[in-house]
Design a protein around this ligand. Structure first.
Ligand SMILES: Cc1cc2nc3c(=O)[nH]c(=O)nc-3n(C[C@H](O)[C@H](O)[C@H](O)COP(=O)(O)OP(=O)(O)OC[C@H]3O[C@@H](n4cnc5c(N)ncnc54)[C@H](O)[C@@H]3O)c2cc1C
Length: 559
């Protein structure tokens, strides 16, 4: 992007040209990177900005890293790629659930989570540091409370290690904010930064870091290049740089190459997480790790998600009644009451089965089919809803002019993204089914209804939810016309790839040597690899931020 074309002008132009806001944001941010000079120089003679510690990114990991470094006596410059309005990354729009594993079984728990993706000493350090976290918060941020997991969760286990054995606890943060829990917590920490740490932490918005500045021989990192108001500036980091720049879920090249997804999936979080840090790691020759680890989100409405390049999530059947999913041949393929495997790192296989030789993916995107009873109960739209205050659309949707799903699910019929018909056959035809596929669809609904009347599902083992149970008189069938269908697909919560690292969060090269003065925190280089435990990403954002901030602060300045 040239000095005469600001990001704001670019975005305004893109929107005027018909691009959605979030697509324009992502394009603007990618453009900034692509046009920056790609060569790496040694440290320049005159620096535009000087500080002790540079923090790249301002989600929870960036906030915790900055506070930790400042509390240890360092001057900190935070560079955040997004404008202030959209700052906070995935942290700002997440559910804010925090789980720390602190007990004697914690090392086994982290080992199970990472599988063979992290050494024993890292699992041990994570267990030790989780135990320190509440006190660190109380000392340097604000008072937090700890609570036990609900008894029914205590038996949850990863590779045989239960929450009870690992003493997995919730860290509760009370705030004065009342939107989504991620939003509330991010703003509470931001207030601490701007009030208590105002003399030592400067936050720069609309300032994407484009390159690390390092010695090509030793790899020692001296600072970063940052684009500010369309001009590239050099920033000296006397002690070091902490990369807290989140995931690559908006970088479709990376998603395809690292996660092996060819299908249309849409992220629920910040459009600014475009994998810039991964490119910087590749430039310096750092060892990447956990690039294939992705957390899938819930199902989302296909047409709207595609239009906005953002997940517009729908409730799944566990929360709905009178609905089924069918594939592109009119057949059910999944027990809809099993929540889409967003967490625990289960690959949502049923979606992605390919049929040789065409390699058609019959189950993706698929259809949600429901009846008039379902239509009248509540909106099928899920947490990407301003009332819930989660997901990027949940927080920013109204500002960004994104369609807000109607409470009675009717406006979307007029928009043509929900199909409506008086009979199942007519609905099938509107969905584009012909011949065998149309008959499949009719048979599927009839079979489901016949068995559903008895609360049974011999094919996929679906059992009635409380709302569907006979006592409530709702039933499992798709029985009351008119009937409806809408296209659904999958979303991402976040990726976990980043740099391989020491227990102090120092990034290593491919030979295993720590790179001088280069650190990371948060989901960038996450410990999560084989499994994901809900509440774990925010946990490591804080825990790793604490560790990285302290470690960088303790370094002797190079200048
Ligand atoms: C809807 C949703 C719900 C979730 N719920 C939970 C939950 O309840 N509990 C849980 O543990 N996890 C949850 N997660 C995951 C969790 O939110 C994230 O993993 C975590 O917040 C990541 O924090 P982070 O600081 O590492 O990254 P982020 O919060 O994503 O911050 C990264 C920041 O880096 C910035 N950045 C990127 N590139 C650059 C650059 N070149 N220069 C400068 N800045 C840059 C980005 O703009 C962004 O602000 C959820 C995620 C989503 C999307």
């Amino acid at each position: 992007m040239s000095a005469t074309t600001s990001r704001r002008d670019f975005i305004a132009g893109a929107i005027a040209g018909g691009m959605s806001l979030s697509a324009a944001l992502a394009a603007a941010t990618n453009k900034a990177y692509a046009e920056a000079p790609l060569h790496i120089n040694d440290a320049p003679e005159v620096w535009d900005i000087e500080t002790d510690v540079v923090v790249m990114g301002y989600g929870f990991a960036g906030e915790a890293s900055a506070i930790s470094a400042a509390a240890a006596g360092s001057q900190v410059q935070v560079f955040e790629k997004s404008p202030e309005l959209y700052a906070g990354g995935n942290s700002h729009v997440c559910c804010g659930f925090i789980q720390l594993s602190t007990g004697p079984g914690a090392v086994n728990y982290w080992r199970a989570i990472a599988w063979d993706g992290a050494p024993e000493e890292e699992c041990q350090a994570m267990a030790d540091n989780c135990a320190l976290m509440p006190q660190w918060f109380n000392d340097n941020v604000f008072e937090v409370e700890i609570s036990e997991n609900a008894p029914e969760r205590q038996s949850k286990s990863f590779n045989g290690v239960t929450y009870e054995q690992a003493n997995v606890i919730n860290m509760q943060i009370k705030t004065n904010y009342d939107k989504g829990e991620g939003y509330n917590k991010w703003h509470a920490l931001h207030d601490v930064i701007t009030e208590r740490y105002a003399d030592s932490i400067t936050v720069n918005y609309d300032s994407p870091v484009t390159h690390l500045i390092f010695d090509p021989q030793t790899k020692e990192v001296f600072g970063v290049r940052v684009e500010m108001d369309g001009v590239e500036k050099t920033v000296k980091a006397r002690k070091g740089v902490i990369m807290a720049c989140g995931g690559f879920e908006n970088n479709y090249d990376m998603v395809r190459e690292f996660v092996r997804q060819h299908y249309e999936q849409f992220q629920i979080g910040s459009p600014y997480n475009t994998g810039d840090g991964i490119l910087m790691l590749m430039e310096i020759g750092a060892k990447l790790r956990h690039m294939a680890a992705v957390e899938y989100g819930s199902a989302c409405q296909y047409d709207l998600s595609k239009q906005y390049h953002q997940s517009c999530s729908v409730w799944d059947a566990g929360d709905l009644t009178h609905m089924i999913y069918v594939n592109n041949h009119g057949k059910r393929f999944y027990n809809e009451n099993v929540r889409w495997p967003a967490h625990d790192k289960r690959y949502p296989e049923p979606c992605f089965i390919q049929e040789a030789p065409s390699l058609e993916t019959a189950n993706y995107p698929w259809w949600m089919v429901y009846d008039e009873t379902r239509r009248g109960i509540k909106t099928i739209f899920n947490w990407s809803n301003p009332i819930e205050g989660q997901g990027w659309i949940g927080i920013h949707g109204p500002d960004a002019g994104i369609h807000q799903w109607s409470d009675d699910n009717l406006e979307e019929v007029d928009m043509g993204i929900v199909l409506m018909a008086d009979t199942i056959e007519e609905l099938g035809e509107k969905m584009g089914f012909e011949g065998e596929d149309l008959q499949n669809f009719i048979d599927t609904v009839n079979n489901y209804n016949e068995n559903g009347a008895n609360g049974e599902d011999p094919e996929f083992g679906r059992t009635p939810t409380k709302a569907e149970s006979a006592e409530d008189g709702v039933g499992m069938g798709i029985t009351d016309g008119p009937f409806y269908a809408t296209r659904v697909c999958l979303s991402y919560l976040n990726t976990n790839g980043g740099g391989d690292r020491t227990v102090e969060m120092q990034i290593k090269d491919w030979k295993g040597n720590p790179i001088p003065r280069l650190y990371e925190a948060g989901e960038f280089g996450s410990l999560f690899y084989h499994y994901y435990a809900g509440g774990g990403n925010v946990c490591e954002g804080f825990v790793n931020g604490m560790v990285a901030g302290q470690a960088v602060s303790a370094l002797e300045p190079w200048a």
